[in-house]
Design a protein. Structure first.
Lengths: 264, 264
């Protein structure tokens, strides 16, 4: 994390310089050295934003739900959006290797870290809108990804019920207070009593994946309409002095360490 | 996580069916329905493995170290490998949007989840070798990614010292026992006393990124030489009944919950 860059982003937002035209003007003035670096390194898919056409959230959620049973959480979110854009737009979506992201399953190869659906949402928003180093018109890629993680943490999930669920019994909802697979799945397993390998747990994760895809497309559609507003408020480095989630006490208990300050 | 698939992977390994030829034979026999699905969905970059040429680990680490200061941990690992393969091989590396992965910084947009260098290593190994659903010749993509996470967790990092470090003072090493950014950075900050925004912390993360890239390329080169052997032993779902890391007590203390069993 580069604090200078985060300040730079704030500068752009405050100055209202949010159009591609302004970005080009700044680049030509030499102010946007990072943008110029990015352009110098960039391949043919590294021109942002990628073309985007608005998608139906419900259709996307249905695709994500069914794709879970083929490629699991992370790749299912990516597939639910990019498979539609492959048809509506074509490149660069046709050249994006969706299926390679199966490894996001189980919080990355089963290690329980970031929930794959959150990783997939971040990949989608950042591929379409671009990275913050590519200029001010690209800052909402990471922002929509952060919004996805905060929404996931605060929402009773799964929030989406598929039209034809593979498991017919009710799937209870839990709120994770965390974007991590281990915590999200663990809280659901504890409340529901179902094992990791049960059909119910698997359908729960497929429905969570669908829920994340639904929410993600709502944000992308708003961004396309220029009505998107950042919702997540969590800025860990400035809030608590270290990269972190918000639920400090859940792991640390009452003894939350104080990170070294910048005044050392 | 689909347990059936993990069993299937075990079957392939036990049967020694690790060549592309065998995969094709099984696909044509109808046994590999998942592979056929993957092929039906696949775009032009979804034929695995991607062509790979062996890279020099030290050169790769130097690239990763310097790229950290442009695109940060996750994208720097990807760039250190793919920028070389863009030159040596060309496509599909030229079409892969490296810079979009800046968002992996700070454990994904600053949330402290998976360390970006681990996410980047998983992306590299899975893009090159492919996902497990694409057939038995692709199973080592996720395996090398898991190896990267276990190595990262168990190694005193940073293990690589760049030739011309930007911070000249000694950077102490710490062992994270976790693939997560928050825990890795937090333990280093606690032992070193440096703040998150200090030049020393930033150079520490650049060196960790270089260390991960060095180790990753060693594994990829061995895979290319057909001498790669899986090293990580952590299979969370079968070991502890939930997607998880190994360091249970670090968050749970003595009260480690028992997940619901499959016998419910």
């Amino acid at each position: 994390m580069d604090e200078t860059l985060f300040s730079r982003r704030g500068f752009f937002r405050n100055a209202g310089l949010v159009t591609a035209t302004a970005g080009i003007a700044l680049a030509s003035s030499g102010m946007l050295n990072l943008t110029k670096d990015a352009e110098a390194k960039g391949g043919p898919t590294e021109k942002w934003p990628w073309p985007y056409e608005k998608l139906d959230p419900e259709n996307t959620a249905e695709l994500a739900y069914n794709e879970w049973y083929r490629v699991f959480c992370g790749a299912a979110v990516i597939s639910s959006v990019f498979s539609q854009l492959r048809e509506k737009v074509g490149e660069p979506y046709k050249s994006f290797p969706i299926d390679a992201y199966v490894f996001l399953e189980g919080g990355m190869a089963g290690w329980g870290t970031i929930c794959g659906s959150n990783a997939g949402a971040n990949i989608v928003s950042n591929m379409i809108i671009g990275p913050r180093i590519a200029g001010p018109e690209c800052e909402n890629g990471a922002q929509i990804g952060a919004d996805a993680m905060q929404w996931y943490s605060e929402t009773a999930l799964p929030s989406y019920t598929p039209k034809e669920p593979r498991v017919k019994s009710a799937i209870i909802q839990t709120t994770s207070n965390s974007p991590l697979c281990h915590i999200s799945v663990g809280k659901w397993m504890k409340k529901s009593g179902y094992a990791i390998s049960s059909p119910e747990r698997r359908d729960r994760c497929a429905r969570v994946t669908a829920s994340v895809a639904f929410h993600l497309v709502q944000d992308l559609n708003a961004w396309k309409d220029n009505t998107y507003k950042p919702k997540s408020t969590w800025k860990a480095v400035s809030n608590v002095g270290i990269t972190a989630q918000q639920n400090c006490t859940e792991c640390h208990g009452a003894n939350i360490p104080t990170p070294p300050s910048a005044k050392k």
